[in-house]
Design a protein around this ligand. Structure first.
Ligand code: EPU
Length: 337
């Protein structure tokens, strides 16, 4: 384990914010992590995974622990399914590619999501009709308090839309060290209901898509509207899609008959935050080094040298405007530090 001082975190967050960690260490084994937690138990710690859902607005005084645990292990398999244990520091999309190459089905709709495997359960990553919880069996963790290992089964995790126990009541209390997933080996359940997927498959004349077809389609859709963090710093969707009740929904539909929505239940409807921000006129807007992406208004971008606070200020401006125009509170999806 090598401790570093005054380390720039620019390469460790997809927004590309150039803040500093006073103390930084990367861990590649669970034993190292356990040792670190025990010996440095007087010091506040900050656990850093893939850095894809974080906006840093300050330098970090805490000891920054970068989780670099690697490995993919087969726990069990039969003719139909395989159970994989994947270490937290594996890149999420590399795992998706590994699964496609081995013809393991279940996470192809989650292609190209930035970040690492260990952070995927925290916000129950999801896209194009699939969420992590659909393939999740359990995850292994280390308790920050007791330094002991604890495995959380799916039902312990309180998974919800972009939420879990690790983002709510147990926030900061456990470090996820590996994730166990159950994937199909044959008779894959193909999720092609999402409008944009259906359209592209039709354009390509594919009527019986394989998991590789779905992955390639999702990659094409994402590339067409989501900026590549390597080129333009961003944290994916900045806000959650808000859920409104029937009365508010009816008012909105009357005013905006073309408003897209997803029906959650008889009395609750999810409205795309990207549509609200777009309709409020923010899409493609730039203020200095920060802005709203030109193809997807839900994504805030760093044009190069933005400070985290500039992005936060833009987010606050957007929240106020959306509240004023539509009466809806937008909640950040990204963790603001
Ligand atoms: N829309 C606009 N203008 C925009 C953006 C979107 O009018 O600038 C409209 C679209 O036309 C569409 C609707 O809003 O009718 C929904 O847009 P889209 O299909 O792009 O999905 P989203 O609701 O904006 C969510 C997730 C994404 C995920 C996609 C696909 C959240 C907060 N975001 O976006 O997740 O990839 O669905 O499943 O739930 C992420 O979490 O970082 C992320 C990218």
């Amino acid at each position: 384990m090598q401790f570093e001082k005054n380390k720039s975190l620019k390469e460790f967050n997809t927004f590309g914010i150039d803040c500093k960690a006073n103390h930084f260490v990367s861990v590649s084994t669970i034993a190292e992590l356990q040792e670190l937690l025990q010996h440095e138990d007087h010091q506040k710690k900050f656990i850093l995974g893939g850095g894809s859902n974080i906006l840093f607005t300050r330098d970090l005084d805490e000891l920054v622990i970068h989780i670099d645990l690697k490995g993919i292990f087969v726990k069990h398999e039969d003719e139909d399914h395989i159970i994989l244990e994947v270490m937290a520091g594996e890149n999420w999309h590399d795992l998706v590619e590994y699964c496609i190459d081995h013809d393991y089905g279940g996470i192809e709709n989650l292609s190209l999501i930035p970040g690492n495997v260990g952070t995927a359960p925290i916000q129950n990553i999801g896209a194009y009709g699939v969420e992590l919880k659909d393939v999740f069996v359990s995850c292994k963790t280390l308790s920050v308090e007791s330094f002991t290992e604890k495995e959380f089964q799916k039902e312990d995790c309180n998974f919800d839309y972009r939420n879990s126990i690790f983002k709510s009541v147990e926030k900061g209390n456990y470090i996820i060290t590996s994730v166990i997933l159950r994937l199909s080996k044959r008779n894959h359940k193909i999720n092609a209901d999402y409008g944009a997927i259906q359209q592209l498959l039709k354009d390509k004349d594919i009527s019986n898509p394989t998991i590789r077809d779905i992955s390639e389609t999702v990659i094409e859709i994402r590339r067409s509207k989501l900026p590549d963090p390597q080129i333009l710093g961003n944290g994916g969707s900045f806000f959650k899609n808000p859920v409104v009740d029937l009365a508010i929904f009816n008012d909105l539909v009357e005013q905006y008959p073309n408003m897209p929505y997803y029906r959650i239940s008889e009395n609750s409807y999810k409205i795309p935050a990207g549509w609200l921000i777009d309709t409020a006129g923010f899409k493609g807007m730039r203020v200095g080094e920060v802005g709203v992406h030109k193809d997807q208004a839900l994504v805030l971008v760093n044009f190069g040298n933005a400070k985290g606070n500039e992005i936060k200020d833009l987010a606050i401006t957007i929240q106020k405007e959306i509240k004023g125009k539509f009466g809806i509170e937008l909640e950040a999806e990204v963790n603001i530090i």
